[in-house]
Design a binder for this molecule. Structure first.
Ligand SMILES: Nc1ncnc2c1ncn2[C@@H]1O[C@H](COP(=O)(O)OP(=O)(O)OP(=O)(O)O)[C@@H](O)[C@H]1O
Length: 265
């Protein structure tokens, strides 16, 4: 069977950082497959290698051994097929919201009219209709992160890598954005890998949660979220009777990880 474009695979991947203090093994012999359209979260104590795994999937880092594949092909460098969203929105303050949302399209060579139309459509998709002519400094943190989502989606990536994109927001805005991101990615059929320190967020948003153990990073546990939770928006999933069991399992596995000692962070 042909491998789908949005399918991700880590095959026995290890990664070593080499710095002034010598070489350190950040991730060891990690194997993971994410199906096309699946939403997978990575949790684990600080320093266990979550961001390293995202960087490997994005082609920003090359593994010391093993293989990273997307759509059945080896990932050798960053590509427009992978969108990356971070805790910081990284909007350019001198560009309008429309031009920020269209940044990836501009880099990709789209015409000015095409970029503007696509940006307006995406801004409407993330609930920011009518804000295109404003500037980032005029928007709240939650609105800015919506612009970052529109910008990430604009080049129509197969895969979204989300590195704690909600962690700087207050609880109410964070939950609104969790619903928006999950609904948007589901509707568009995107594959997503989310890194988060928030176990409730992982349980509410994901199809599957991977718990990493530290030093070196490896998979401690894999928890499948039951279908009755997956069918709900994250804010609704948090209220479902099945939610607590998933949260408790994650908490137990994280506790086991902490006994091994993560980094203070
Ligand atoms: N550029 C680097 N050079 C050397 N070591 C690094 C580098 N980046 C990360 N590390 C080390 O690799 C390990 C994994 O780091 P990584 O940032 O992937 O962890 P994390 O789980 O994302 O952490 P956090 O939850 O704190 O963001 C840590 O021990 C970290 O100190």
């Amino acid at each position: 069977m042909a491998e789908k474009d949005g399918m991700l695979e880590l095959r026995s991947v290890s990664h070593v950082y080499v710095g002034r203090q010598g070489a350190s093994l950040a991730v060891e012999d990690l194997s993971l497959t994410v199906a096309e359209g699946e939403f997978v979260s990575l949790v684990g104590p600080s320093g266990c290698g979550k961001t390293t795994v995202l960087s490997l999937l994005a082609g920003l880092l090359r593994p010391a051994s093993g293989e990273v594949r997307m759509g059945g092909r080896e990932v050798e460098k960053p590509s427009a097929k992978v969108g990356y969203m971070l805790q910081q929105d990284c909007l350019l303050p001198w560009r309008t919201i429309r031009d920020n949302a269209a940044l990836g399209l501009e880099i990709g060579g789209a015409s000015a009219a095409g970029r503007a139309a696509a940006a307006e459509r995406l801004l409407a998709e993330v609930g920011l209709d009518g804000t295109g002519s404003r500037y980032p400094g005029e928007l709240s943190g939650g609105m800015r992160q919506r612009v970052a989502l529109a910008r990430t989606l604009a080049p129509d990536p197969e895969v979204l890598l989300l590195d704690e994109p909600f962690s700087a927001l207050d609880m109410h805005i964070k939950m609104q954005l969790e619903d928006l991101v999950q609904a948007t990615l589901r509707r568009l059929g995107k594959t997503a890998v989310l890194v988060t320190h928030d176990l409730a967020e992982a349980a509410a948003m994901s199809d599957r949660v991977i718990v990493l153990a530290p030093h070196p990073g490896r998979i401690r546990a894999e928890i499948a979220v039951p279908p009755e939770l997956r069918a709900l928006a994250p804010t609704e999933a948090r209220k479902h009777p099945a939610f607590q069991a998933v949260f408790d399992e994650l908490w137990r596995e994280m506790g086991a990880g902490e006994a091994e000692g993560g980094e203070a962070g």
